[in-house]
Design a binder for this molecule. Structure first.
Ligand SMILES: [Zn+2]
Length: 161
C-alpha cells in the first residue's frame, strides 16, 4: 500500500539555447526543455510538484538540469547559461541519503532524513533521487512491518503456551 507513488511529467516549454556544457565545456546550440513533475500518491493525491529545466549536450550527451526558468535563461550569455546547470550531487546530500539508509530500522527517523534529502539532492541525479524515493517508501513501511512481526510473535507465543 506504500508502493503507489507515481510520477507525472509534462513538457511545459522548450527553447534553443547556445550554452557552454557543464560537463565537456563545449559551447553549442542545445535544445532545452522545461518539465513539470507531479508526484502523486495512489495516482490521485499530489505529494509534491517540481519544475526543472533539462538540456542534453549535443557534444558529450550529458544531461544537465537547472531550476532556472527558460525566459531567464534566454537573457543570459552561453557560459552563464552553463553555470545554471548542474550534474553533480554534493557530499552532504550523499551522506544524508547513506545515513538514512543506515538508519532504516528506526522507521520515522530514517523517513525524516529521506525527506530532507529529497529537498537537498538536485534533480540532476536520477540514481540518488530513485534511492531517496525507495527509501521514503521503505522507511514508512518499516514500522507497520515491525508491529506486524511483534503481533505474530505474540500470537505464536500465546498459542504454544
Ligand atoms: Zn557536453
Amino acid at each position: 500500500m506504500f508502493s503507489s507513488l507515481t510520477e507525472e511529467r509534462e513538457v511545459v516549454g522548450s527553447a534553443e539555447l547556445t550554452m557552454t556544457c557543464a560537463s565537456c565545456a563545449e559551447t553549442s546550440l542545445t535544445d532545452v526543455f522545461r518539465f513539470k513533475t507531479v508526484d502523486k500518491w495512489l495516482g490521485i493525491v499530489p505529494v509534491w510538484v517540481t519544475q526543472e529545466t533539462v538540456a542534453k549536450c549535443p557534444n558529450c550527451d550529458a544531461t544537465v538540469r537547472s531550476a532556472t526558468r527558460l525566459d531567464e535563461l534566454l537573457e543570459l550569455l552561453p557560459h552563464q547559461v552553463g553555470d545554471r546547470f548542474h550534474v553533480r550531487v554534493g557530499f552532504v546530500e550523499k551522506f544524508l541519503v547513506v545515513a538514512a539508509w543506515a538508519l532504516i530500522i528506526t522507521g520515522p527517523v530514517s523517513f525524516i532524513l529521506f525527506l530532507i534529502s529529497a529537498f537537498c539532492v538536485p534533480k540532476a541525479s536520477a540514481g540518488w533521487r530513485k534511492s531517496i524515493k525507495i527509501g521514503l517508501i521503505a522507511s514508512a513501511a518499516f514500522l507497520p512491518i515491525v508491529f506486524a512481526i511483534a503481533l505474530v510473535a505474540d500470537l505464536v507465543a500465546w498459542l504454544v503456551r
